[in-house]
Ligand binder design. Structure first.
Ligand code: NAD
Length: 529
C-alpha cells in the first residue's frame, strides 16, 4: 500500500515532522502561497496548519483526498468545521499540549506577586538594597480561589494543594465530582469566592459572561491585601478596576500574562511596582511547542489509520482520562460491529444497541460510532473512520436505537447487546469487557459462548451429532492451522451446534471449503476482527 501524503503548511516543532516522516510522505511547505496550496492540496491525505491558513470550502473542495486537518495549537477560527464535517474530514487541534506551561506561568506570577520578586530584582539591579521594605506573604495555609476549574484550573489545584494551600473554586458548569476529584471546596457564587480568597487566579475562557467578570463590585468584596493573577485571557479581570484596587491598597499585587489588547507596550498598570507582567508567554516553552508538534503528528497518523483522534473537534469530545477508560469498550464495539456481515449477509432493517452496567456509565456516543465503524468497515470500499462512519450510516439509512441500563447484565458488571432486526428474524450479539480488560463475546445468534475477540475466529456450525470435533480436528491438523482455544455451544440437545476456534492466522476460502464438504457441517466461516 502506498504511503499517506501529508502537507505541513505552517511551522510545527521538528519532533512532530520527524514523527510524521516515520510513517508517511511529508512535504514541509512552510509559508506556501494560497494559490500554490490550492493547486497542490488534491495530492494530500492530511494538512497541518496553525492559525494563518484559511481552511474553507474553497480549499476543501480542491482537497479531494483530505481525511484530516491538524491544527497545531488551540483556536480553530481559521478552519470551517462545518465544511470539513460535511466532507467527512476530521479536524483536530492540540488543546492540552500547553496546559502545563500555561498553569506554570500563573504559578510563577502568583509567587512573583506574593514575594515582589520582579520588583525586588529590578530594584536590586538598579543599586538599591531595600530588604526592609520587602515583606512578602507565604502561600502556605492561604486560601486560593480558582475561577474556572477546567484543564488548567484542575492542574493549578493539584499543584497548589501540594504547596499547602486551601482550595476553593467557582465554576458553575462542571459536576460536583470534579470539585471532589481535585479536593476543592465548591463556591456557588463568584462573590463567595471573592470574599474568602487570599489569592485569586482565573482560568476560564473569554466569553461574554467572563469578560470583566472580576471588576469593581467583586474587588470591593475581596479581602484587603488580596493577590490577583490572570494567565487566561486579557480582560477577564477588568484592568481599570484592578488598577484602582492596586492604587487604593485593596489589592496587594496583580500578575498578568494576558492583556486587554495585545500586543501592547504601555498601560497604566505597567507603572505600578506591585504589578508583574509578561507578554503572553504562557505557552512559550520548549516543552509545550514540542508537545504541540508531537501531539498533532500522532493525531494525524491516528486519523489516517482510522483510529480514534483524541482531540477531534468535529467528533464527540472526550478528555484523555475518559478516553483511556472508554478505550476497551471502543475496541469491543468495533470488533462486534465487524462480525455481523461476515457472519450473516442478510440486510439489516434496524439495530438496537443496549449498554449495561459500567458500559452504560461510559461516554456512549463515541462507542456508538466505534460500533458503526466496525459494522460498516466490512462492506464499504472506502476506509471507514470515526467521522465518516456516522455520515456513511446516515447515507445508508442506518439509525441506532440506543438503550442504557445502569444495572448489571445477568452476573456481568458490564455488557453490550447488539440486536439486528432483519426482515423476519432478529440476530443478537452480546459482548463484554472481562476483568482483565479483554473484549469477549458472550452470545452470538442465540448461542451462549465465552470467547476472546482475537483477530481471527473460525466459526463452524454443525449438526449436534458425535464425531464432528474429530473431523474438524483432522482438517485443522492437515492444513497446519494453529488453534489457541476452542469453544463449543448448542441451543439444545440435537439442535445445531456452534464451534468457535480462536486461530492464529488467516484461513483461505479453499481450506474453508474442506469443512463444508462434510454433511454434518452447515457452514464454516472465518471472521476477521
Ligand atoms: P477549559 O475549557 O479546560 O476550562 C475552562 C473552565 O472554565 C471550564 O471548566 C468552564 O466550565 C469554566 N467556565 C466557563 N465559564 C465560566 C464562568 N462564567 N465562570 C466560572 N467558570 C467558567 O480551558 P483551559 O484549557 O483550562 O484554559 C483556561 C484558559 O487559559 C483559557 O482562557 C485559555 O485560553 C487560557 N490559556 C492561556 C494560555 C497563555 O498563554 N497564557 C495558554 C493556554 C491557555
Amino acid at each position: 500500500m502506498s504511503k499517506f501524503k501529508i502537507i505541513v503548511a505552517e511551522k510545527i516543532d521538528k519532533a512532530g515532522i520527524e514523527h510524521l516522516q516515520k510513517y508517511a510522505d511529508v512535504d514541509v511547505c512552510i509559508g506556501i502561497s494560497r494559490e500554490e496550496l490550492l493547486e497542490k492540496i488534491g495530492n494530500y491525505d492530511a494538512l497541518v496548519v496553525r492559525s494563518a491558513t484559511k481552511v474553507n470550502a474553497e480549499l476543501l473542495n480542491k482537497g479531494k483526498n483530505l481525511k484530516i486537518i491538524g491544527r497545531a495549537g488551540n483556536g480553530i477560527d481559521n478552519i470551517s468545521i462545518e465544511e470539513a464535517t460535511k466532507r467527512g474530514v476530521i479536524v483536530a487541534n492540540t488543546p492540552e499540549s500547553n496546559i502545563i506551561s500555561a498553569c506554570e506561568i500563573s504559578i510563577g506570577l502568583m509567587f512573583a506577586g506574593a514575594r515582589s520578586i520582579c520588583y525586588a530584582s529590578n530594584e536590586t539591579k538598579s543599586g538599591k538594597w531595600i530588604r526592609n521594605q520587602l515583606e512578602g506573604t507565604e502561600l502556605y495555609g492561604k486560601t486560593l480561589g480558582i475561577v474556572g476549574l477546567g484543564r488548567i484550573g484542575g492542574l493549578m489545584a493539584t499543584r497548589m494543594k501540594a504547596m499547602g494551600m486551601n482550595l476553593i473554586a467557582y465554576d458553575p458548569y462542571i459536576t460536583d465530582e470534579r470539585f471532589e476529584k481535585y479536593g476543592v471546596t465548591k463556591k456557588e457564587t463568584l462573590e463567595e469566592l471573592c470574599k474568602e480568597a487570599d489569592i485569586i487566579t482565573v482560568h476560564t475562557p473569554k466569553t461574554e459572561e467572563t469578560k470583566g467578570m472580576i471588576s469593581y463590585k467583586q474587588i470591593e468584596l475581596m479581602k484587603t491585601g488580596v493577590h490577583l493573577v490572570n494567565g487566561a485571557r486579557g480582560g477577564i479581570i477588568d484592568e481599570k478596576a484592578a488598577y484602582e484596587g492596586l492604587k487604593s491598597g485593596k489589592i496587594a499585587s496583580f500578575g498578568l500574562d494576558v492583556h486587554e489588547t495585545e500586543p501592547r507596550t504601555e498601560s497604566p498598570l505597567y507603572e505600578l511596582d506591585n504589578v508583574t507582567v509578561t507578554p503572553h508567554i504562557g505557552a512559550n516553552t520548549y516543552d509545550a511547542q514540542r508537545n504541540v508538534g508531537l501531539n498533532i503528528a500522532e493525531q494525524i497518523l491516528n486519523g489516517l489509520n482510522g483510529e480514534i483522534v483524541e482531540n477531534a473537534v468535529n467528533l464527540p469530545t472526550m478528555n484523555r482520562d475518559e478516553l483511556k477508560e472508554a478505550k476497551p469498550y471502543l475496541n469491543l464495539l468495533e470488533k462486534i460491529g465487524k462480525m455481523y456481515y461476515q457472519y450473516n449477509k442478510e440486510i439489516v432493517k434496524a439495530i438496537e444497541v443496549s449498554y449495561w452496567g459500567d458500559a452504560a456509565k461510559q461516554y456512549t456516543e463515541m462507542m456508538d460510532i466505534a460500533f458503526l465503524k466496525g459494522f460498516l468497515s466490512t462492506v464499504m470500499s472506502e476506509k471507514v473512520n470515526y467521522i465518516n462512519a456516522k455520515i456513511f450510516a446516515e447515507k445508508n439509512g442506518i439509525a441506532l436505537n440506543i438503550q442504557k441500563n445502569k444495572e448489571e447484565y445477568k452476573n456481568h458488571s458490564n455488557a453490550i447487546k447488539i440486536k439486528y432486526i432483519l426482515k423476519d428474524k432478529e440476530v443478537v450479539f452480546l459482548g463484554n469487557i472481562a476483568s482483565n480488560g479483554e473484549p469477549k463475546l458472550l452470545e452470538i445468534d442465540g448461542y451462549e459462548v465465552d470467547v476472546k475477540l482475537t483477530e481471527y475466529l473460525l466459526l463452524i456450525n454443525n449438526n449436534d451429532v458425535p464425531g464432528v470435533i474429530g473431523k474438524v480436528g483432522t482438517i485443522v491438523g492437515n492444513e497446519n492451522i494453529n488453534v489457541a482455544t476452542m469453544t463449543v455451544a448448542r441451543k439444545q440437545k440435537g439442535d445445531k451446534a456452534l464451534m468457535i476456534l480462536n486461530v492464529d492466522d488467516y484461513i483461505a476460502d479453499e481450506v474453508l471449503e474442506k469443512f463444508n464438504e462434510y454433511l454434518e457441517i452447515n457452514f464454516a466461516k472465518l471472521l476477521k476482527l
